[in-house]
Write a protein that binds this ligand. Structure first.
Ligand SMILES: [Fe+2]
Ligand SMILES: [Zn+2]
Length: 347
């Protein structure tokens, strides 16, 4: 037997260990499965008492929508073929690129939301947050249009405010979500640049006070997730976000947020940091043009890939399972996380 041929498990394990940013999960490395990993990563519905959510970011393309359609069709096929039964969607911002003429009456709501992510496959709520492309007056405020569309209550589109809390599932909840607005004022301190705008400094402060207030509240669920369009840390071209690192990251650490979900960089990522309780998970492959990564995932990971796709979050009382998938439903990366923070990479 030629022992010089590395077992694939050893390769992936060595690669995992080589990361210069050692993971908080190092202690759990022994639980990384080898060949069985791919099998264990295969999706199956979380079953009774569990919850399955699909997420997609950076999806409402204003160009030809070929890639958005490909990813959305892939999500439908995945849900049907794998019998995943997603009970909710998470729409991670940059919901509308370009013009949304007519606001709530724009036909884009039908063609690019209701029909691409259809209610017969995704009957649950679609919890949405706002990205930088939503913060545009094109021709009127797309932020106002998105809040208004949710208010009509005729649709799954859920955005009760620019920042809000929900628990999921509604009965016997397993995970608390704090949905935030990451559109911080521009570097010059203003909140208006032509058709682009942001939160004002007063709104930024108001949200931060609300956020910490919610983190302090007693929680009934084993897991806590925060979602915001802009990543706090990213291997993509937008890089790490100094304002979110200053304002949000210390709260993630202090209140032991299990998961931060973001988009904005058009790729799929999973980052872990030594001693940090929070998994940083980015799903920005919903249809807008892809960007080149700035940091290789062997330097900071364990996973970052320039690829179209979507992501699947399964929650049970015992663990979270997160998967990044390409439009064909192929699993690119999958891992589990326990309430104690133990991470096991499946594939
Ligand atoms: Fe985007
Ligand atoms: Zn963005």
């Amino acid at each position: 037997m030629n022992t010089s041929i590395p077992h694939p498990f050893m390769v992936s394990r060595r690669r995992f260990l080589r990361q210069s940013f050692a993971f908080s999960a190092l202690a759990s490395l022994g639980s990384i499965p080898g060949w069985s990993g791919t099998l264990a990563a295969e999706p199956k519905s979380s079953g009774a008492g569990g919850a399955d959510l699909l997420m997609v970011g950076d999806w409402g393309d204003d160009d030809d929508q070929i890639a958005q359609n490909e990813v959305a069709s892939g999500m439908q096929r995945y849900a049907r073929d794998k019998a995943v039964n997603p009970q909710a969607l998470l729409m991670l911002g940059d919901n509308w690129y370009g013009e949304l003429a007519g606001g709530v009456h724009s036909p884009r709501w039908q063609t690019q939301f209701e029909q691409m992510y259809p209610a017969d496959v995704f009957p649950g709520p679609a919890y949405a947050i706002l990205g930088n492309h939503d913060y545009q007056k094109w021709p009127e405020s797309k932020v106002e249009a998105e809040l208004e569309y949710a208010k009509q209550r005729k649709t799954r589109w859920t955005m009760p405010a620019r920042w809000y809390r929900f628990e999921f599932p509604a009965t016997n909840p397993l995970i608390t979500f704090l949905a935030l607005d990451s559109n911080m004022p521009f570097k010059d301190g203003t909140s208006e640049h032509g058709k682009d705008f942001t939160l004002t400094a007063a709104e930024q402060a108001e949200q931060l006070t609300w956020f910490e207030g919610e983190l302090k509240r007693p929680r009934k669920t084993p897991f806590l997730a925060v979602m915001g369009h802009h990543p706090v840390y990213s291997d993509g071209p937008h890089g790490d976000h100094p304002v979110l690192m200053r304002d949000w990251d210390p709260l993630f650490r202090k209140y032991k947020v299990d998961l931060y979900l973001a988009g904005h960089d058009h790729d799929l990522q999973h980052l872990e940091f030594e001693g940090h309780p929070t998994t940083h998970f980015l799903s920005g492959g919903g249809g807008a043009d892809l960007y080149n990564l700035k940091i290789d995932s062997t330097t900071r990971g364990p996973f970052a890939q320039k690829v179209y796709g979507f992501s699947h979050l399964s929650v049970t009382e015992k663990q979270l399972t997160l998967r990044h998938l390409d439009p064909t439903g192929h699993i690119l990366h999958a891992f589990t996380k326990t309430p104690e923070g133990k991470i096991s990479v499946l594939t």
